[in-house]
Design a protein around this ligand. Structure first.
Ligand code: ATP
Ligand code: MN
Length: 464
């Protein structure tokens, strides 16, 4: 018999039909005469209830049906008598594909997220992780659809890169050299000429520089790929391996860039509300009671836009009025998450886009303002998360860009290919980077970024 996915089955009303479902047992309860089995196959947060009359099955089979076991069930679709479900299956045949012993790590309910992280290979079978992973998939679909519908091309930038000047974070080195027998020159420097690529290479921290090459040829591109940062930040918002979405658009200025960021992120959140209702309801009930309210709020309200300088003034005023922060606030400081969240959650009570940051705390490629002090950067700040997007209008002047590169002592010779965009038909352009997992954090209401990616990579942790 053809298997029906449980998500499809629960929508059916053709009672009396013979059906087949396959999945993993969530719970079994029952009496002497009848067993009720809650079966889940990952297609939905909802289980289907299997009703098994004890007399129809041998004792051995029924004994093997424990939490976590995998079953194939054939039976008749019937209208449910119980509350909370519309249909159930009156079983006629049950095959146990895989038994599951009492040492199954997801046996008990209500385990801590820390415990589940230690058993991340099995946590995907829980309700919470099922919901998060289905939402994660849906967000990826929303992102591709948004850009496709708006004339952007999906552009793949390299994961192994020889440019270490992006400055976005510490890099992981890529080498095939024998680390036990490193050849060094007279100065004690490692000789990479005989390494795989003939030079030092690393895992990418951002696809932006290559993305700019795409945008200044195709008009509008976006990347969506893995990104690596060897920063030793053990926070609930940083991973060593995460996924980033980076649109880059020719002829966009900073205002167009902000409009894009706002429209894009609202589209994604709306997509979740429209397509992930069951999973969001579950998370709203079990993880964060204000989740749905927050998601609706974001799609329905304009983001506040202000300059970094205005943001600092607000924070300084708050401190004057007795608000305490762990880190100091002064013009020129890099805002900490606590400052960003103050602006969003306490002062404006809505998402904020901060622009025109001091050039010292931003990357070399950002367009310089006439004041000589600030650059056309923009960070999108979200409730619970802090920075979710970082972007800018790019410096299109070859002279200004090379001058900044010199000031920062970035090795110019490695940058020749990037600088060629400014030498040959340069144009105004802008772009930004959205951390995929930060978006998933926001949409799911989860508290820790390690719990919105199947297999997290963080300092001292690369299990599974
Ligand atoms: P933060 O200050 O939070 O470390 P950043 O300024 O280093 O962020 P960018 O270099 O601008 O971030 O990267 C663009 C986006 O990528 C960020 O807005 C964020 O959403 C995401 N991001 C950056 N670093 C990480 C990380 N280690 N793990 C997960 N997402 C990240
Ligand atoms: Mn960072």
């Amino acid at each position: 018999m053809i298997r029906t996915r449980i998500s499809d089955l629960l929508a059916r009303t053709d009672f009396g039909a013979e059906v087949c479902v396959k999945g993993w047992v969530r719970t079994k309860r029952g009496s002497k005469s009848v067993n009720f089995i809650a079966l889940n196959d990952g297609s939905t947060i909802k289980n289907v209830q299997i009703v098994a009359d004890v007399e129809k099955f041998d004792e051995e089979t029924l004994k093997q049906i424990t939490t976590g076991a995998c079953l194939c069930v054939e039976g008749t679709l019937v209208e449910s008598q119980g509350a909370g479900q519309s249909v159930e299956i009156q079983a006629t045949a049950i095959t146990v594909y895989g038994t599951c012993g009492a040492d199954y790590p997801m046996q008990k309910k209500g385990q801590t997220f820390e415990y589940m992280r230690q058993h991340a290979h099995m946590r995907l079978r829980t309700n919470t992780f099922g919901a998060v992973m289905r939402i994660r998939h849906n967000m990826a679909m929303a992102i591709h659809r948004y850009f496709h519908e708006h004339g952007f091309y999906y552009f793949n930038t390299p994961i192994i890169t020889a440019s270490d000047c992006e400055g976005a974070g510490q890099m992981f080195q890529v080498t095939t050299k024998n680390l036990y027998d490193l050849k060094k020159d007279e100065e004690g420097k490692i000789d990479y000429s005989d390494d795989f690529f003939g030079k030092t290479t690393s895992l990418t921290v951002s696809g932006q520089l290559e993305g700019e090459l795409g945008a200044t040829a195709l008009g509008a591109i976006y990347t969506f790929g893995p990104t690596f940062r060897a920063e030793n930040s053990n926070t609930p918002r940083h991973l060593a391996e995460f996924w980033m979405i980076e649109p880059e658009v020719a002829f966009y200025d900073i205002n167009d860039n902000m409009d894009l960021a706002e429209d894009f992120i609202k589209y994604c959140v709306r997509w979740a509300l429209d397509n992930c209702a069951d999973d969001l309801d579950f998370l709203n009930k079990m993880i964060d009671k204000t989740l749905l309210e927050r998601l609706h709020f974001v799609v329905e309200h304009d983001f506040v836009r202000l300059t970094y300088t205005e943001g600092i003034e607000i924070l300084e005023a708050a401190i004057k009025n007795g608000r305490k922060f762990e880190f100091p606030v002064y013009w020129g400081c890099d805002l900490a998450s606590e400052h960003e969240r103050y602006l969003v959650e306490e002062h404006f009570k809505r998402p904020v886009i901060l622009t025109d940051y001091p050039k010292e705390i931003k990357a070399f490629y950002m367009k310089q303002n006439a004041d000589g002090k600030t650059v056309r950067a923009m960070d999108v700040l979200f409730p619970q998360i802090g920075e979710i997007i970082g972007g800018s209008e790019r410096e299109e002047s070859y002279e200004k860009l090379t001058q900044r590169i010199e000031e920062l002592h970035i090795p110019m010779k490695d940058m020749w290919w990037y600088l060629d965009t400014r030498r040959f038909g340069t144009c105004p352009h802008s772009g930004f980077g959205l951390g995929f997992e930060r978006l998933i954090l926001f949409v799911t209401g989860m508290q820790n970024i390690r719990d919105v990616i199947p297999f997290p990579r963080t300092p001292k942790s690369a299990e599974f």
